[in-house]
Design a protein. Sequence first.
Length: 228
Amino acid sequence: MITLYDLVFQDDRRPSPFCWRAKFALKHKGLSWRDEPVGFTEKQKIAFAQSQLVPVIHDGPNVVKDSWAIARHLDKAYPDKPLFKNEMALSYAHFFAGWVDTAVHPALFPNIVGDLYDRVRPVDQPYFKESRGKRLGTTDFAAFQAKGREKGVDAFRAVLEPARRVLKEQLFLCGDQPGYPDYALGGAFLWARVVSPLDLLQADDPVHGWRERMLDLYDGMGRKAKAA
Ligand SMILES: N[C@@H](CCC(=O)N[C@@H](CS)C(=O)NCC(=O)O)C(=O)O
């Protein structure tokens, strides 16, 4: 049985966008797993993987850290229902995941950082305050978020334009069926949904309809997750 180490917030919330990628990848392949929650200050649980970050999976003799490495591992270990059917699919997914990491997440973060902080487990809040405070240059996350939202929601929507153009024409970023690029962007939206009530998308945005489809996937895995 695969064990997935997944970041946990208050009330068993699971916000990590990278862990969501791993969960979607496991579902895509029809694999089941055992879930092990890890708080920010429980890194000893993943020390065996020499990692400070989740997701990590333990799969028989294999220990794999990093969401992209996990996706590659799953395709090698379980060739059925491939995540990457050929080199071109692999390259599109790799590029797409990198775009989400470097453009979508940074555009989203200032809009939700206050809500994130409010939902971190109290025991982990000092760690979050210190680590994210250093990154942002302030520990007043509520004020940073309020300022961020002045232009942040429009900026976030603008960043989504390449995905929007694709989703105007097809159901998923990968065509009629979802694939890894859908999971990468879907993870970003779940990150936001689990911690923040902020309305990120307009109802007539093609990305909005796609997000609804993503929430319904795999027996409503995303929709059923505890949201803000
Ligand atoms: N490149 C890594 C990034 C993983 C990552 O940043 N995980 C975050 C949660 S979303 C984490 O574990 N943070 C722990 C911390 O900041 O201490 C991946 O794709 O898995």
